[in-house]
Design a protein around this ligand. Structure first.
Ligand code: FMN
Length: 384
């Protein structure tokens, strides 16, 4: 990938998978008659037809995971802001454990100035600015389209002041959703724009207030990665009643145009995501899984089944997929299929048996205490 774009829609560029047990692959068109011009290019319809073709080797293992009070069919779901129901034609939705909405704010708001996205080495950077239709627009125009996917819907909730999160939950009222995911990677305008997710007290307060308005439905907290102590914030969220923790959001960064020397993003800085951040978020997921007795959902650089397994093996119960979907809209389905294939290859019927490295995991659907040195989230530890 190279270049940049001001668009935020996942681009539809990837080839389909072909047949059982095959991940990725490339498009092949009908064979041309000998000596008659170049090979015919496949149409997008060819690709879709093959990807959705009836497949006797559909998921056969039990990939279900329990996240607190929710039992999901699959451990794979999209990361907020990196998915839309419009992917329906390219991604078999029934492979997903849930669908997660883009973060919704109480009031309607626009996004940041273009450019909003740029590719980076092994990933991308974005500063979309979380445009939002506001809760009324979300309930009218967006939520029904998520329900049409047939998957449990997780609504990502944002705010620019701690009390705004509770307002969103209040305004959602008894609208149908499976869980709320609190996105604390938002600037706190009450405190000069410092990130809400860096303040354990603010995270606890928001979690309590949102829970209070969620009518008994689960509340997850999606942690910010660049904080003094991720475990302290995780414990604060857990004490305030979070049923699961998503680890983590994108990392602050910037890119400069080599020609002009000026920042590429309209907002100067943005969030770095994709394969580049996987080792960083994997460590955070490992730390958090040891620190709190609630399920962890790993997020950051998951692009393959192996990435997903890596998160599960350090103690996550499920994963979210973000950046990978922009290049390969079918990435999540491929990951699920390969997890299933690997279960079959290993002769196991359930995902936890695949996750267990050497039999030291009782049950991957509860956070595991991964062997290794004790968790310590002081950032200098383990450095060169
Ligand atoms: C274009 C884009 C938009 C995003 N929008 C949101 C958002 O609205 N809310 C949120 O919590 N995270 C948002 N994220 C962060 C992702 O959900 C995810 O945490 C992050 O990209 C790391 O996962 P990945 O490496 O798989 O992309 C966004 C990421 C990207 C790339």
């Amino acid at each position: 990938m190279s270049g940049r774009t001001g668009s935020t829609s996942p681009t539809l560029t990837a080839g389909p998978r072909h047949g059982a047990g095959h991940v990725g692959g490339h498009l092949t068109g009908p064979a041309p008659a000998a000596g008659v011009g170049p090979p015919a290019r496949p149409t997008p319809e060819d690709a879709r037809a093959r990807f959705f073709a009836p497949d006797p080797a559909r998921v056969t293992a039990d990939l279900s995971v329990r996240l607190g009070s929710l039992l999901l069919d699959s451990p794979v779901m999209p990361a907020s802001g990196c998915f839309g129901p419009e992917l329906e034609g390219l991604l078999p939705m029934d492979r997903l454990g849930a669908v997660v909405t883009k973060t919704v704010f109480s009031a309607q708001r626009g996004g940041n100035a273009a450019h909003r996205l740029s590719e980076t080495g092994m990933g991308m950077i974005n500063s979309v600015g979380i445009p939002s239709p506001g809760v009324p627009g979300f309930l009218r125009d967006v939520l029904p389209r998520y329900h049409a996917t047939g998957r449990p819907v997780v609504v990502s909730v944002g705010g620019l002041r701690p009390e705004e999160y509770a307002e969103v939950a209040e305004e959602l009222g008894d609208a149908e959703y499976a869980a709320l995911e609190i996105n604390v990677s938002c600037p706190n305008l009450e405190h000069g724009g410092t990130e809400i997710g860096a303040d354990p007290e603010a995270v606890a307060r928001i979690t309590r207030e949102v829970r209070h308005r969620a009518g008994g439905r689960p509340v997850w907290v999606k942690l910010a990665p660049m904080v003094a102590s991720v475990t302290e914030v995780a414990r604060a969220a857990h004490r305030a009643g979070a049923e699961a923790l998503v680890v983590a959001n994108s990392y602050p960064g910037m890119v400069v145009d080599p020609g002009t020397g000026r920042p590429v993003l309209g907002n100067t800085v943005g969030g770095v995501s994709g394969p580049a951040v996987k080792p960083l978020s994997l460590r955070l997921a490992w730390l958090v899984a040891q620190a709190v007795p609630v399920p962890v959902i790993g997020c950051g650089g998951v692009s393959t089944a192996q990435d997903a397994l890596d998160y599960l093996r350090v103690g996550a119960a499920a994963v979210q997929v973000g950046t990978a979907t922009f290049a390969r809209p079918q990435a999540m389905a491929e990951i699920v299929r390969e997890l299933d294939d690997r279960c079959a290859g290993a002769g196991v019927a359930k995902l936890p048996e695949l996750v267990r490295p050497g039999g030291d995991h009782e049950d991957a659907t509860t956070p595991t205490r991964h062997p290794g040195r004790s968790a310590d989230d002081r950032p200098s530890r383990g450095n060169g």
